[in-house]
Design a protein around this ligand. Structure first.
Ligand code: ZN
Length: 427
């Protein structure tokens, strides 16, 4: 079965965009109700299990932090008008701010205000997860409009003992070997950075649940850094099952698809993703670096998992990154659909990469005798490559790479040859 069959690209793009638009207003963070509500809404797409891990739980070198929740926040001027208002944008509050309620001069308030002078209309996104402080983010234009004088400052938040939440969806296949799909869920109203990956991961889970699968799949929706560390610490016994993995992030912008290789650099996922992107038009394949998202943890030396990362424009390389401009206008249904398709095509290679033995290896088989020359839609060169390299050592992906042909063509040729008993699968 081909995973991408019978899919309307318009329809999938529309669904992915709707998922993002639904989750966009929620104030997600490392922990708390915004994150929980995000995962609960995703349960409409896939039956995620929500896990709660108590504050203070040690996980490798880290400790699960306190739970942060926010109800409201504002800065009011002398006339009582909200000049900064959390209700208008959740980016206005530095994520994980401690509660504050006091009056202060603009000069006292100023060190707690963050702007982007180069982009005077945009609000920056800031977080302070492991250093207890507070602050507001606002546009430079809004700051410039704030007169000297006294302001009333309120952050109605709590930072207390609670738990960290993450979502997990396990989809069993014929074998227990697993493909891991991971995304981060800890950013507030940012569409490309976090929501695009979340939407694509959930949609993949839903799509794959309706198909027969050789591999098992594990979808993880985790807060950044601490999330994958928590999962790895709690599931170390399962880790050896992970045969391939993808971190999904920043998949809705107009940039070219970009694959970042695993630390290993030559894992099957690295080759499968590079192969798919090669035929997907404008793209980039980048080497591993110990920075980025959850791949930092999956590819730490104690695990060294074959996990790569798929993005369009990588984080930090688009001006809208971590600002209010990473909004619902910045991500487009057609880019989301293209990313989804690339994921499916990569998974399709992993599902169908097999190794065969040519049952007639002495000289070429006489293809005409089997009616294979007349076969419309089966590439003769692909058949010759499969027959020649199927000596039990080369998989179909190896053959596609060496032949310079698409995996689908190699696979279709192998299917036809197998039907005529010219190939036998190596278990
Ligand atoms: Zn980010």
């Amino acid at each position: 079965m081909t995973l991408g069959d019978a899919m309307s690209e318009d329809e999938i793009g529309r669904r992915l965009y709707e998922c993002i638009a639904d989750l966009y207003p929620l104030c997600r963070s490392l922990t708390g109700e915004g994150l929980r509500e995000t995962l609960r809404r995703l349960q409409r797409v896939v039956p995620l299990t929500l896990h709660e891990v108590a504050t203070g739980t040690p996980v490798f070198d880290w400790i699960v932090p306190k739970e942060w929740n926010i109800r409201d926040a504002w800065v009011k001027n002398a006339r009582g008008a909200r000049v900064i208002d959390f209700q208008r944008s959740n980016l206005h509050v530095v994520s994980y701010s401690i509660p504050v309620r006091r009056r202060m001069s603009l000069a006292e308030l100023r060190p707690h205000l963050h702007t982007l002078p180069d982009r005077p209309e945009w609000i920056p996104y800031r977080a302070s997860f492991y250093n207890e402080t507070w602050g507001f983010c606002l546009s430079q234009r809004e700051l410039d409009a704030m007169a000297d004088g006294e302001y009333e400052v309120c952050i109605d938040a709590s930072l207390e003992v609670g738990s960290l939440t993450y979502g997990e969806y396990y989809l069993p296949g014929e074998s227990t070997s697993e493909i891991l799909i991971s995304c981060h869920v800890c950013h507030p109203s940012l569409a490309n950075d976090n929501l695009s990956g979340i939407a694509v991961a959930a949609a993949l889970g839903r799509h794959l649940s309706g198909l027969s699968r050789r591999h098992s799949y594990r979808f993880l929706f985790l807060p950044g850094t601490i999330g994958p560390i928590v999962w790895l610490a709690r599931n170390e016994a399962l880790v050896p099952r992970i045969q391939h993995g993808l971190v999904l992030v920043c998949l809705g912008d107009s940039g070219p698809l970009t694959y970042k290789k695993s630390r290993r650099g030559d894992a099957v996922i690295d080759r499968a993703a590079a192969h798919v992107l090669k035929y997907a038009g404008d793209h980039a394949v980048e080497e591993f670096s110990p920075y980025g998202y959850a791949e930092r943890q999956y590819c730490s030396p104690g695990f060294n998992l074959p996990v790569g990362r798929l993005s369009r424009t990588p984080h930090g390389r688009f001006p809208e990154y971590h600002t209010s401009a990473d909004n619902l206008d910045f991500v487009r249904p057609e880019h989301l659909a293209g990313s989804f398709k690339a994921c499916l095509a990569t998974l399709d290679v992993l599902e169908n990469d097999r190794t065969y033995i040519n049952m007639n290896p002495k000289g070429e088989p006489q293809l005409g005798k089997y009616g294979l020359y007349a076969d419309i839609g089966v590439d003769e060169m692909a058949m010759l490559w499969v027959l020649n390299l199927s000596d039990g050592r080369y998989s179909l992906l190896d053959i596609a790479e060496r032949a310079g042909l698409r995996f689908e063509a190699i696979r279709a040729a192998a299917d036809r040859l197998r039907e005529h008993s010219l190939l036998k699968e190596v278990p």
